[in-house]
Design a protein around this ligand. Structure first.
Ligand SMILES: [Zn+2]
Ligand SMILES: [Zn+2]
Length: 447
């Protein structure tokens, strides 16, 4: 039983994992990342303008595509599925995923000529599918969007629990709270290895529940004297529903600015996640409402220059002009590498007299991370009891801290490695360092 990460190991973003057994491979996730902090070369600005996104080079598996049994997508974040439209033609294998993720993927693929050729097999949580020599069971977990799943991969040579992105959240606002029984049951199944999210391994204690954001957001919206604009990640349907509830409680009407928000709410409606009583108003009607009745949700929390919030800051948005004493709330984190554009955006807003609330400065929670802190990792290791821990989805310091936490939680060995290392997860357990050459490739979005 082999594990071979081509992306996402010693970095956060562009996950592409391969599992190998009996001469066959199984791909888990196929994601993108922003280019900006990663390739600072001479023609940096020009390069970023032309190729704002990068993906893992899939050459290794493309050369062996006849041996690839299928592709699993754990959830609908860009760092897990964003590269499918750009790379899928290189392997052309069926994709297995849950319904919400399938819907997101279909919408993306509809912009590509070959999109209709992609075979997407919808899987329900807890179902088991045989894909080549791999028997795969989907385990529902909690994260920061609908239907995230971890997968248990079983072969005669070994069993692996690949967690995907997760946190322990008893009240995720959308979907069921985390059911620890699923993971406790793994504890009696002699799981060989757990390949696990390291993003917040350096953070102590437990993460904040998604449901805790409502009181924080209510506080700041309720204080706001005039119009309110909130920026959050479009895929976080739970957060959007929380904001809609806050709008109801504060007597405001909610509209959304930005294509990805419109798309995601459309998908949430289609898949039954959007509550019918959360009514949105047409963005073109915002200008006719009294200022204290307006609540806008806008794209662009990471300072993306063409997104709605940057347009508002530059007074270039067609539907609204921000004025002094309006409030802008960033219900997100600053993704490392985006500090500079976000700072510029905040400065621009403050120069216009707008009150800005950012989650790292707010006294009350207005953002909840979707990844496990130290205590949550410890709980998961205590339940699953794997023999081996393979920390992924993190930078070097996250991976090594995660390895220490795993060992302190009773795991025999923690294999900390990087993209291109080949991990043998069944006896004799070992890592062939740099077994495969990996690199990033640039992606050009269609216009
Ligand atoms: Zn991720
Ligand atoms: Zn994620």
């Amino acid at each position: 039983m082999w594990f071979l990460p081509l992306g996402g190991c010693r970095e956060i973003g562009m996950n592409l994992n391969l599992y190998g057994h009996a001469g066959q491979w199984l791909m888990i996730d196929c994601g993108l990342t922003f280019n900006a902090p990663l390739n600072p070369d001479n023609d940096y600005q020009e390069h970023v303008k032309r190729y704002p996104l990068v993906a893992p080079d899939p050459d290794f598996i493309e050369q062996r595509k006849d041996l690839l049994s299928g592709i699993i997508i754990t959830h609908a974040h860009e760092d897990h599925l964003g590269a499918i439209p750009y790379l899928w033609q290189r392997f052309q294998k069926p994709i297995y995923t849950t319904r919400f993720t399938a819907e997101v993927l279909r919408r993306k693929l509809s912009e590509f000529e070959f999109g209709h050729q992609v075979k997407i097999i919808e899987v329900s949580p807890l179902e088991e599918h045989v894909i080549g020599p791999f028997s795969v069971q989907w385990l529902p977990i909690t994260h920061s969007l609908p239907e995230p799943c971890g997968v248990v991969i079983k072969t005669p040579a070994g069993k692996v629990f690949h967690t995907g992105d997760w946190k322990l959240d008893s009240q995720p606002v959308v979907g069921e709270g985390l059911n620890r029984d699923y993971f406790a049951q793994l504890g009696s199944q002699a799981i060989d290895a757990m390949v696990c999210d390291s993003t917040n391994a350096l953070k102590h204690g437990n993460s904040v529940s998604e449901s805790a954001c409502e009181s924080g957001l209510y506080h700041y919206v309720n204080l706001a004297p005039k119009r309110v604009v909130i920026s959050c990640f479009a895929s976080n349907i739970a957060r959007l529903i929380t904001i809609a509830r806050v709008a109801q409680r504060t007597g405001r009407r909610m509209a959304v600015f930005g294509r990805s928000l419109v798309n995601m709410i459309g998908i949430a409606r289609r898949t039954g996640y959007w509550p019918e009583d959360c009514v949105l108003i047409d963005r073109r009607h915002v200008g006719y409402l009294p200022e204290h009745e307006v609540l806008i949700v806008a794209t662009g929390s990471q300072g993306e220059p063409r997104a709605a919030i940057s347009q508002l800051a530059k007074d270039a948005h067609r539907d609204m002009t921000l004025q002094a004493n309006d409030t802008v709330i960033f219900s997100t984190i600053i993704i490392p590498g985006n500090e500079q554009p976000i700072k510029q955006l905040v400065n621009l807003l403050q120069q216009r007299g707008v009150h800005v609330v950012q989650s790292h400065e707010a006294l009350l929670p207005i953002h909840a991370s979707g990844h496990p802190n130290e205590q949550e990792l410890r709980s998961m290791y205590k339940w699953v009891k794997p023999s081996i821990s393979v920390p992924v989805h993190g930078e070097p310091e996250h991976l090594s801290r995660h390895g220490v936490i795993a060992k302190e939680s009773g795991v025999k060995s923690a294999l900390v490695g990087q993209n291109g290392d080949l991990f043998q997860l069944s006896a004799p357990v070992m890592v062939k360092r740099n077994a495969v050459t990996t690199r990033r490739i640039s992606i050009q979005r269609p216009d």
